[in-house]
Every structure is written in structure tokens, then in C-alpha cells.
Design a protein. Structure first.
Length: 257
């Protein structure tokens, strides 16, 4: 079971990092906050063709979009030690669900551009999209690239986003602002060990849930400080969630071997 998760995370890292000519791009939230004029939309890929894709809108997280289906056209090819294609199809395949920050087309750059539609983002060194898999948002939401990916159920992502003054501000409060983080090893066999950084304390709780959000384990930090017995769980992909007393949540995916 570990191969699919590793492939997903590697693909996301390469897609967002290499295409931006940078091995360590800034997070999605930093990109969002640095691009206040751009739309942020979640949607499901309906069609992919030679010039772009059609995205069925799930939520408009930022912007004034009212269409049920939007068009994302290919971006202008990027000079990245040679011409690099900015095909919109690289954002996802038919049936994939994504969250993307992207500019509206206000000036023609390519023959296929349509004013009022969107263009695939090509910002240098930035994470511009996240993937929604089995109801869980995966990607570098507010952490640092080349570190374990952030993961949070979409049903929790949206209200946290809405609570932030500029969308990602609440995510940044536990990410780039450096108020603590944790890491864990992958894959896990019988004992899940947490590498804690500034978040240790008996007043926090731990939850382990499946990719569809079903909670299978719940512990207080006081009874399991940094170590959790997962020997009773079937092999598969899970999300470990740490919850602070003030409601701040930090989530990481792991594979139970």
C-alpha cells in the first residue's frame, strides 16, 4: 500500500517544484497570499484537450466566479533551462479533484487565450495547486517543500480557509509562522513514533483516521507522548491529526505496512 502514496507525493512535488524551475518552492498558502488578485477555486476535472482543461467548480475559495464550469487554458511556455510546456493537463486528469490558484486572462498571450477564462499558473518557485484524494487535501499547504506533506480533510479545509482574513492566514499560523510542527516516519509497522518540534504537551490529543475521514484511533498526548501503537490497524493509508486545545490542527499522512 505504500507505493500509491509515495507516487502521489512524489508526483505532486515534481509537478509543482520542477515545473517552477525550483527544487524548494514556497507553499500554496504563501503563493495565495502573495497573489491577492488571483482566483482560488476547487473543482473536478471534466475534460482535458490539446489547449487546456474544463473544471467543474466545487467551491470558489476566492474570487467572483459564478460559472459552474470554468476553462483553464495552457499557460505560456516557460524558459526553464530550455522550453518547458505549461500544459493545463498537467494539473490533473479527468476525474481528479484539485484546488488551484490561477490568474484570470486579461490580455492575450497565446492564440488559444480567451479573455475572462483562466490560465494555468506558471509562477517561478511556487506551489500553485493541491490535490483532493478521497476527501483529503494533500500537498504543501503551509509547510515547507521536501518535508512531509500536509494533509487535511476537505470538509475541515474549507471552514479553516473561510475563517482566515485572507484565506490561508489560519493555515500559516501553524505552518510558515513556525508555531510548531511534527514529523513521522513512513512506512509504519506496529509503533508510530512522532518527531515533535515545539508542540509537545499533555494537553493535546491525537486522532488517526482513514482517508475517508473515519476515526480509528484517538489518544491524549499524556497517555501516548510521541508514540502510538497502530499494530491493530489493517495495512493502508491513514491520516494522523494532532489537535491543540485552541482547536489548531496539524495533519500528516502515513502508510501502515
Amino acid at each position: 500500500m505504500k507505493t500509491p502514496l509515495i507516487l502521489v507525493l512524489t508526483t505532486l512535488a515534481l509537478r509543482s517544484g520542477l515545473m517552477a524551475c525550483s527544487w524548494i518552492p514556497t507553499s500554496f498558502c504563501v503563493t495565495v497570499n502573495d497573489r491577492p488578485g488571483d482566483a482560488v477555486i476547487s473543482g473536478r476535472v471534466m475534460n482535458v484537450d490539446a489547449d487546456g482543461m474544463d473544471l467543474e467548480v466545487i467551491d470558489v475559495l476566492r474570487g467572483a466566479e459564478e460559472r459552474e464550469v470554468i476553462r483553464i487554458w495552457d499557460g505560456t511556455d516557460l524558459d526553464c533551462n530550455g522550453t518547458f510546456s505549461m500544459a493545463a493537463s498537467d494539473l490533473g486528469a479527468i476525474g481528479d479533484s484539485i484546488i488551484v490558484v490561477m490568474p484570470m486572462i486579461v490580455a492575450i498571450e497565446n492564440a488559444w487565450d480567451v479573455i475572462g477564462d483562466y490560465r494555468r499558473p506558471d509562477y517561478f518557485g511556487r506551489i500553485t495547486d493541491l490535490r483532493i484524494i478521497n476527501g483529503v487535501v494533500l500537498g504543501y499547504i503551509a509547510g515547507q517543500a521536501m518535508q512531509p506533506f500536509d494533509a487535511i480533510p476537505y470538509v475541515e479545509f474549507v471552514p479553516i480557509w473561510a475563517a482566515g482574513a485572507i484565506g490561508c492566514s489560519d493555515f500559516l499560523s501553524v505552518g510558515e509562522k513556525g508555531q510548531g510542527s511534527f514529523h513521522l516516519q513512513n512506512p509504519v509497522h506496529d509503533l508510530l513514533e512522532l518527531d515533535l518540534h515545539g508542540v509537545a504537551g499533555s494537553n493535546r490529543s491525537i486522532r488517526v483516521h482513514t482517508m475517508n475521514g473515519h476515526v480509528v484511533l484517538q489518544r491524549d498526548m499524556a497517555t501516548s507522548p510521541g508514540r502510538i501503537d497502530v499494530s491493530g490497524l489493517p495495512s493502508g493509508v491513514y491520516i494522523l491529526e494532532m489537535i491543540d486545545p485552541d482547536g489548531i490542527r496539524r495533519s500528516k499522512p502515513f502508510v501502515k505496512a
